[in-house]
Design a protein around this ligand. Structure first.
Ligand code: PEP
Length: 243
């Protein structure tokens, strides 16, 4: 089943949380899993049978002297089923390395929270032609730490950095090329896990371009930033994921 996830980033408020609940409560969308990832303070107030909730980050540490951090057990306690890990804004703003990303994936898995592992190349790497190597390296660090079989409990999101929040969407063919590569790369280690893995596309997805992207054979849904702040637009994107 496809998965459509909304990443509010550092946006939204209690009012938006309420509007989302109303909008999604009033429409039943079958055969699409929906996930909303608001900032931490709104996780407790978001609750709906229509969508799952997730965090945008977590600490790689279990507890203790890590001021400002939030642990996987805390997220589980407020009903988070998913967590975004390795979003490019965290890699850029907070210097999160592939090693830290792998530790965070491990922390989520240990607490039965589904990691949405974000990978993607910068514009410079895309232009250099080495983008598939970059994606493979990002995946390999995680595989080395948690093992390929754990990908059965994970989601991967391909988010080309040059397409995030820029309005420059990857073409369906560009996105499909990388999604297919991700699946083949993992299939080299475990084909069953690779076949079952949901690989989301993220980068300037809107209702107007969602259907074409989601109809690609290796695109299993989307990770939506800006457009997930408008409940009706986000709902329309979720509807576009219905096969
Ligand atoms: C994102 O934040 O993960 C994202 C894809 O943003 P946008 O949809 O705004 O490009």
């Amino acid at each position: 089943m496809p998965l459509v996830a909304g990443n509010w980033k550092m946006n939204g408020d209690v009012e938006l949380a309420e509007k989302m609940q109303q909008t999604f409560g009033a429409t039943s969308i079958e055969n699409v899993d929906i996930l909303i990832c608001p900032p931490f303070p709104y996780l407790s107030s978001l609750s709906s049978d229509s969508f799952a909730k997730g965090a945008q980050n977590l600490s790689q540490f279990a507890k203790g002297a890590h001021t400002g951090e939030v642990s996987a057990t805390m997220l589980a306690e407020v009903g988070c089923q998913y967590v975004l890990i390795g979003h490019s804004e965290r890699r850029q703003d907070n210097g999160e390395s592939d090693d830290v990303v792998a530790l965070k994936v491990q922390a989520a898995l240990e607490n039965k929270i589904i990691p949405v592992l974000c990978v993607g190349e910068t514009e410079a790497i895309r232009e250099s032609g080495d983008f598939l190597k970059c994606i493979a390296a990002q995946l390999d660090k995680v595989i080395a730490l948690v093992g390929i079989t754990q990908f059965a409990h994970m989601v991967v999101a391909y988010e080309p950095v040059w397409a995030i929040g820029t309005g420059k969407t990857a073409s369906p063919e560009q996105a499909q090329e990388v999604h297919k590569f991700i699946r083949q790369h993992l299939a080299g280690l475990n084909s069953e896990v690779a076949q079952g893995l949901r690989i989301l596309y993220g980068g300037s997805v809107k209702a107007a371009n969602a259907k074409e992207l989601f109809s690609q054979p290796d695109i299993d849904g989307g990770l939506i930033g800006g457009a997930s702040l408008d409940p009706q637009e986000f709902l329309n994107i979720c509807l576009a994921a219905k096969s």
